[in-house]
Design a protein around this ligand. Structure first.
Ligand code: HEC
Ligand code: HEC
Ligand code: HEC
Ligand code: HEC
Ligand code: HEC
Ligand code: HEC
Ligand code: HEC
Length: 487
């Protein structure tokens, strides 16, 4: 090779190198991540349509699908803008294209995303956009709920700071046993002889996890922290072997699968990463499985502070979701083996009996579950000497009026309708009197049940013995097969 030729080759290589660099630079600029996320989203839509294509019949159907696929293939990434009712704009959906609408009461096209999440609405860079997000992306965490759920929006004051106490769920929840675990703290200290009688050791907003040395440095202390306080993630602890960041309001209102993984349409969320609800969706239609992410998982030994998982947990976790399960699996899954219950305690969901004040607090700090409980069997069934308490709706400011509108499964409520009021004064908007009979509508699916009344029956109860333990002595259907016990 001559010297000259070598020079030309070198020069050529240098030019190619420069061009490549320029090309790469342009490319990395124009294919910045938000475009990639959109392209991935389009691809996911195409794959979904192709799957449908393989099962549809008929030329017309196929043609329609082909057109839709073509439309997605032709789509070019573009900045997405949400224009809020106050005129401000947000760009989060530029990457989070296709994310589910969080709920009908929180329409994203007028309230946007940052009202709940915080973050930088205008940025299309992942890190900058996410800077300062409440709870690191989990806005229901109790530490940040006052800002996220409790803040104010264009629509007005949200779930804190309202005149009506019942509208301040964020403030109320700071007093709920499930948020503070004040019951576990008080009762275990009592049982270990540290407080007599049991007493509440916390102020609203404090949790048992904040309480220094609950066992006066005894050996049970680390086990109490790990097995009792941390095991359910309402206060920011972790479920055994799982990383769970969704806690606080989310632990009831965002439904999750046992793995806590996301199954929705937003392609940015990794499918295998734990710590999310199944879909971007808030609900008051809470099935028993959600409550049982913490309840009915096993037993606590109060003397040693050990947690013993229920023996059939693996089977329960692999069961189909509540809307697809058979009555038989439901009967096996709801309660730990060996527990005693009546038919309605398993046919209905927890929230069909346990009221909003029981679950979200009533402003009082209690020292045990038994003190916090509101619902009683006789609220629905009456006793041999009493009937349920009737409450007529005469005013639109009635709490029941609002609740009946939030849950789509409730039958419509009219002025003059008669609903049930508990002995402790809470309205159950889904328990109705119709033609002199009492009916309960399930919160998760609207299914209607007649509530049998004790007063009309052969029931042999003592009207002064009204705890569920008293009733379970005769009404134990846990051994029944669903075919003989269910309907
Ligand atoms: C440049 C693209 C991009 C933009 C813009 C963006 N995000 Fe994200 N976001 C992502 C990605 C990617 C993830 C998944 C991160 C991961 O893998 O954990 C994510 C995750 C999240 C999460 C879940 C947090 C978690 O712990 O995983 C939330 C909540 C969220 N984003 C909200 C927002 C909000 C609100 C905005 C607007 C202020 C926004 N995002 C703007 C790309 C973006
Ligand atoms: C009413 C409050 C609210 C609004 C409005 C809202 N989100 Fe969320 N978002 C939540 C809650 C609650 C979660 C559940 C967090 C969890 O699972 O830990 C969540 C979770 C997410 C996640 C994680 C994936 C998931 O579903 O868990 C992303 C991403 C996200 N939001 C983005 C957005 C975007 C983008 C918008 C605007 C279009 C938006 N959010 C509007 C409350 C809201
Ligand atoms: C994140 C875990 C968690 C979830 C989810 C959860 N609970 Fe609880 N719950 C607890 C703990 C822990 C206690 C005991 C608290 C104590 O005694 O300190 C409790 C106590 C209760 C009590 C008795 C005390 C009281 O406050 O009335 C009722 C009733 C109850 N839960 C019902 C429910 C229902 C209904 C749901 C579903 C809508 C639910 N729980 C979801 C953890 C949870
Ligand atoms: C332990 C479960 C649980 C937790 C935690 C929880 N909720 Fe609720 N929430 C319920 C139940 C049960 C209802 C009643 C549903 C019904 O009556 O149909 C409810 C109802 C609501 C309603 C509808 C109006 C009403 O008061 O009935 C709002 C709003 C609400 N919750 C907000 C919140 C907020 C905000 C948080 C967090 C600060 C939160 N919830 C935490 C269980 C829970
Ligand atoms: C048919 C109504 C009904 C259903 C359904 C129901 N409960 Fe209860 N529950 C009660 C009543 C009534 C009491 C109070 C017992 C008493 O007064 O002796 C109670 C007591 C409790 C207690 C405190 C005492 C204890 O036994 O630990 C907890 C916790 C609890 N229920 C959780 C749940 C959970 C979780 C679910 C769903 C898996 C559920 N309940 C379903 C009616 C119901
Ligand atoms: C929210 C209202 C409500 C509460 C509270 C409630 N029940 Fe029921 N109960 C019902 C409904 C509805 C039915 C009929 C549905 C069914 O068959 O499951 C029923 C049915 C029954 C039956 C007849 C079942 C059979 O075998 O034919 C008994 C017995 C009973 N309940 C006992 C109890 C006991 C004990 C408690 C307290 C632990 C209780 N109920 C709390 C609503 C309630
Ligand atoms: C000493 C036994 C005994 C005790 C305790 C008892 N019951 Fe009964 N109960 C019966 C018998 C027997 C019947 C009639 C047979 C039947 O319908 O199952 C009955 C019937 C009922 C019915 C009507 C069922 C129907 O299908 O019409 C209800 C509701 C009921 N009991 C609720 C309760 C509640 C709530 C308690 C606790 C406060 C209770 N019972 C305590 C024995 C008992």
């Amino acid at each position: 090779m001559t010297k000259r030729l070598r020079l030309i080759v070198l020069l050529g290589l240098a030019i190619i190198f420069c061009l490549t660099m320029v090309f790469l630079a342009i490319n990395s600029f124009s294919a910045s991540p938000w475009q990639d996320w959109q392209t991935k989203y389009f691809q996911a839509q195409i794959e979904e349509l192709q799957r449908t294509m393989s099962i549809v019949q008929g030329e017309e159907q196929v043609k329609k699908l082909e057109q839709e696929i073509k439309a997605w293939q032709d789509k070019k990434p573009a900045l997405q803008v949400i224009r809020l009712s106050n005129g401000r704009i947000e760009r989060c959906t530029t990457c989070h294209l296709g994310i589910e609408e969080i709920s009908a009461a929180h329409p994203s096209d007028s309230i946007g995303c940052t009202v709940c999440h915080g973050g930088n609405a205008l940025s299309v860079d992942e890190q900058t956009a996410h800077e300062g997000m409440y709870g690191g992306g989990h806005p229901g965490q109790l530490e940040v709920a006052r800002l996220s759920c409790g803040g104010n929006s264009e629509v007005g004051q949200c779930h804190s700071g309202n005149r009506q106490e019942a509208d301040n769920q964020v403030d109320l929840l700071t007093t709920a046993l499930m948020a503070s675990k004040g019951g576990e703290l008080s009762m275990t200290r009592y049982m270990h002889g540290l407080d007599i009688p049991p007493r509440v050791l916390l102020d609203p907003g404090e949790t048992a996890a904040d309480f220094p040395a609950p066992f006066n440095q005894r050996g049970e202390e680390p086990k109490f922290q790990q097995n009792c306080l941390a095991v359910c993630h309402l206060t920011g602890g972790e479920l055994l072997g799982q990383e769970v960041q969704a806690n606080g309001c989310e632990s009831c209102h965002v439904l999750s699968n046992p793995q806590h993984t996301y199954e929705g349409k937003d392609v940015t969320i990794p499918r295998s990463k734990s710590g999310y609800g199944m879909s971007h969706s808030l609900t008051v239609q809470i099935p028993y499985t959600q409550c049982n992410q913490c309840h009915n998982q096993g037993d606590y030994k109060v003397d040693t502070m050990d947690f013993i998982p229920r023996s059939d947990l693996d089977r329960v976790k692999s069961s189909p979701p509540p809307d697809k399960e058979s009555l038989e699996t439901r009967w096996q899954n709801v309660y730990s083996p060996g527990l005693v219950f009546t038919k309605c305690e398993v046919n209905l969901d927890c929230v069909d009996c346990h009221t909003r004040q029981e679950t979200m607090g009533d402003g009082e700090m209690y020292s045990s579950e038994w003190k916090a409980l509101k619902i009683q069997c006789r609220d629905c069934h009456g006793s041999t000497v009493s009937k349920p308490i009737e409450w007529e709706i005469t005013d639109k400011s009635d709490m029941a009026w609002v609740e009946a509108r939030i849950n789509p499964a409730f039958p419509s409520l009219e002025m003059g309708d008669v609903i049930l009021k508990t002995a402790k004064g809470e309205e159950l908007a889904y328990v109705r009197q119709e033609d002199g009979k009492w009916f309960s509508y399930r919160k998760t699916n609207g299914e209607k049940y007649l509530i049998p009344q004790v007063i009309d029956s052969q029931c042999r109860q003592d009207p002064d013995k009204q705890s569920s333990d008293d009733c379970h002595k005769c009404h134990d259907v846990s051994k029944d097969k669903p075919s003989s016990g269910g309907e």
